[in-house]
Design a binder for this molecule. Structure first.
Ligand SMILES: Cc1cc2nc3c(=O)[nH]c(=O)nc-3n(C[C@H](O)[C@H](O)[C@H](O)COP(=O)(O)OP(=O)(O)OC[C@H]3O[C@@H](n4cnc5c(N)ncnc54)[C@H](O)[C@@H]3O)c2cc1C
Ligand code: SF4
Length: 337
């Protein structure tokens, strides 16, 4: 029986494992965390249709039907290609010999502390979009003083499209996430004022433009074109933000109760460390490069070593799943040729 190690059990790794095991391939699905599911475990309701993220994740995991050998709390310590085989040592000292390796190591969210001027980790009530998702999950979207926020500002492009932090690329999913989250805050607190500070709005997929339209019309979210320069805490524990409204060409000051930073995606650091050992080529954005950007996205220059999901760049869930299925088909074709 042919075998493959899939590194990373986010939705890309799980979906590829489901497809490969269905075709009779032995799959070892290696996950560094104690649970599988990757970032989806942190999301509440999903764009564009407000589906429950945990329900979507359960459905994807159900596709596995217990056919893969899932190894949690471990990662790859050593990997070497010997002839046609990959020899792998895991951090629990277990050794595996497989015919292929599929990298599905996903992404990390940008560390908001690196944008010191926004005060994350310094001021109360400066939170990230990931933390706001956690709050939606527990249905407690509150300031640290336990009160409901009366004014909330969302800042787009935190750690993306920003040469100063070394990330010039767009993270693709944060504009639509900001529109979704801003609308959800308004649904929760109709009296609250909610502002989105953006550079451009990238509503690229089906239904996204409708979400943007509804955010403005039914929900009353306000959109300001302009980048925030800084945030500072006021004496009464609120946050004063400074920005320039680039449509009006005027500087703007606003006091808010909660500031939400739309942190972008970076390639997962643990995945990058492994990619270096495997000599996987990285782009200037550090995401992994396939053999080309078109029909060979899932291939590396090493025979038998494949890529899937957001380790090759920001993607939505349907894009990630489609990419994982494509990768699984390429792995299968390699193993059966
Ligand atoms: C704030 C935010 C909200 C989002 N909301 C939506 C939404 O509403 N709708 C939508 O369509 N998309 C959304 N997305 C995008 C969605 O989260 C991704 O498409 C999806 O998570 C990508 O899955 P993945 O498997 O590629 O990566 P991940 O989810 O990052 O999974 C990768 C897995 O690999 C593991 N791993 C990494 N390195 C190693 C290693 N060396 N060894 C072992 N395991 C390893 C990680 O622990 C993780 O479990 C959102 C993204 C963000 C940032
Ligand atoms: S998707 Fe929007 S918020 Fe995210 S990096 Fe791109 S432009 Fe900025």
């Amino acid at each position: 029986m042919k075998s493959v190690v899939i590194v990373g059990a986010g939705i890309a790794g799980i979906e590829a494992a489901a497809k490969l095991t269905k075709s009779g391939v032995k799959v070892f699905l290696v996950e560094k965390e104690k649970e599988i599911g990757g970032h989806l475990r942190q999301w509440d309701r999903l764009f564009p249709t407000q589906e429950n993220a945990q329900k979507v994740l359960e459905d994807i995991i159900d596709g596995l039907d217990n056919r893969a050998e899932v190894l949690k709390n471990v990662t790859v310590q050593h990997v070497e290609k010997k002839g046609d085989k990959f020899e792998i040592t895991l951090t629990n000292n277990r050794s595996l010999t497989t015919d292929a390796v599929l990298m599905a190591t996903g992404f990390d969210t940008f560390n908001a502390r690196r944008k010191e001027e926004y005060g994350y980790g310094i001021y109360d009530n400066v939170i990230t979009s990931t933390e706001l998702e956690e709050m939606f999950k527990t249905e407690r979207v509150l300031c640290t003083n336990g009160k409901a926020p009366e004014r909330v500002a969302f800042v787009h492009c935190v750690g993306s499209r920003d040469a100063k932090v070394g990330n010039r690329y767009c993270s693709k999913v944060c504009c639509v996430t900001a529109v979704k989250q801003a609308s959800e805050v308004k649904q929760l607190y109709p009296e609250a004022e909610v502002y989105n500070f953006y550079m451009d709005l990238r509503m690229f997929d089906r239904k996204f433009e409708d979400m943007y339209h509804e955010a403005q019309t039914s929900c009353g979210v306000q959109f300001v074109r302009g980048r925030l320069s800084e945030a500072a805490e006021t004496k009464d524990g609120r946050l004063q933000i400074k920005a320039e409204d680039t449509l009006l060409g005027k500087p703007l000051k606003l006091t808010v109760d909660m500031l939400v930073l739309m942190t972008g995606m970076e390639p997962c650091s643990s995945g990058v460390a492994l990619a270096k050992k495997l000599k996987i080529e990285q782009g200037s954005d550090r995401f992994f490069n396939g053999q080309n950007a078109y029909n060979l996205r899932n291939f590396t220059s090493t025979q038998g070593l494949f890529l899937a999901g957001t380790c090759t760049g920001p993607k939505t869930i349907p894009e990630t799943l489609a990419d994982a299925r494509a990768a699984a088909a390429e792995v299968l074709s390699y193993l059966t040729k």
